[in-house]
Ligand binder design. Structure first.
Ligand code: AHR
Length: 362
């Protein structure tokens, strides 16, 4: 049986060897525990009391082996998402988690999934960098009988090739940003610059589509330019610096995540451009991570649309249903909120307060 200790130890050694032979130099691979720790954990589990289902599994030494093929470490959101999976899929909860940081390299991520198939993990969590290119490896996982649970972003592969998906509604996130802007401007003209996320990522495609859906209803809005900032602070800064050289008449900057917004603010600070509720430029951001909401509370970001990174509990619920032999929904929606700076009221968003910030877990 796949989940016995011997296989756990073998899986650990395979994962260790994968570090040296991955297709990307920068992709890193690690197991949730060393061989020694795994053995110790199996001994300890007999005495531990955790949640019922996980308890039964862990206490028998029968850990569920899961592989998480993560996008990378491009943003604060990503760090929170990775941590959340490591917290939920811990040994104490009955799991042996193998983790690959794909460093935003699609080919490396496909190889990571192949590595999990070779190790005969019980489940694969795939957070796809791009939507395209997944058919072949998803078919390989299916042929190997390993359920694939897509998390956060989506794939454009046929639905029959993966078991289920968990994530937010990225189009709705973009529409919320657009609807808030329309409400805030109340008919005033907007010259808009967009700093997009990673090219081909569903987070980018969805937010762009959603925002453009609303923009199409506003002839008084002009989208001056839209460039890819790769969901990083450096990318946001670089794109904003180039926008500043090319455009002098913008009054809205849409950043498709918080880290890009930090970079864009740095670029505007350096150019002497004011932004936020007391400035000349309206900033819209996505993610609503702790620091992003601090900037929102400070009035620097006008509107911040959440993308909830705490998706591992939803993924675990689905996994437990599959373990119980139950049918699962093809998609589990993780819902989001939106937040606006103090002094702004909106039907689409909550006005930021210190209490809201203090309650933010990521
Ligand atoms: O897929 C979610 C997006 O990816 C988040 O908005 C961004 O911060 C991350 O890099």
């Amino acid at each position: 049986m796949k989940r016995k200790l011997a296989v756990l130890l073998a899986g650990t050694m395979v994962m260790a060897s994968l570090v040296g032979c991955g297709s990307s130099d920068t992709a890193t691979t690690e197991t949730a525990a060393s061989t020694e720790e795994a053995a110790e954990t199996v001994e300890e589990t007999a005495e531990e009391t955790t949640e019922e289902a996980a308890d039964d599994t862990a206490a028998s030494g029968d850990l569920i082996k899961v592989g998480h093929a993560q996008v990378g470490h491009e943003s604060d959101w990503r760090a929170a998402n990775t941590q959340n999976f490591q917290d939920v899929f811990s040994e104490a909860n009955g799991y042996d988690l193998a983790f690959v940081d794909s460093d935003n390299d699609n080919a490396a991520q496909i190889e990571a999934v192949r590595g999990f198939i070779q190790q005969e993990v019980d489940y694969i969590f795939l957070d796809p960098i791009e939507t395209a290119g997944w058919d072949t490896v998803l078919q390989e996982a299916q042929d190997a009988g390993i359920p694939v649970i897509i998390v956060d972003r989506s794939v454009d592969a046929d639905e029959s090739l993966y078991t289920t998906a968990v994530g937010t509604d990225m189009v709705l996130e973009g529409e919320t940003a657009g609807n808030w802007l329309a409400e805030y401007l109340n008919g005033e003209a907007a010259n808009i610059l967009v700093i997009e996320g990673t090219v081909g990522a569903s987070a980018t495609l969805g937010r762009t589509e959603g925002f453009n859906n609303v923009a199409a209803e506003h002839s008084e809005w002009t989208i001056l330019d839209s460039q890819d900032g790769d969901f990083t602070q450096a990318g946001g800064q670089e794109v904003m610096e180039s926008f500043i050289k090319s455009y002098s008449d913008f009054n809205v900057v849409v950043c498709q995540n918080d880290n890009e917004a930090y970079g864009a603010m740095d670029a505007m600070d350096a150019a002497g451009i004011t932004y936020g509720v007391d400035g000349d430029v309206i900033i819209i951001s996505f993610d609503a991570t702790h620091d992003g909401l601090q900037y929102t509370l400070d009035g620097k970001i006008n509107c911040n649309v959440e993308c909830n990174p705490l998706q591992a509990t939803f993924a675990e619920d689905v996994l437990k249903q599959l373990e119980a032999g139950e049918e699962v929904d093809k998609f589990t929606l993780v819902t989001d909120e939106a937040f606006v700076a103090p002094g702004i009221t909106s039907q689409y968003a909550t006005t930021m307060t210190q209490e809201v910030l203090d309650a933010r877990a990521y």
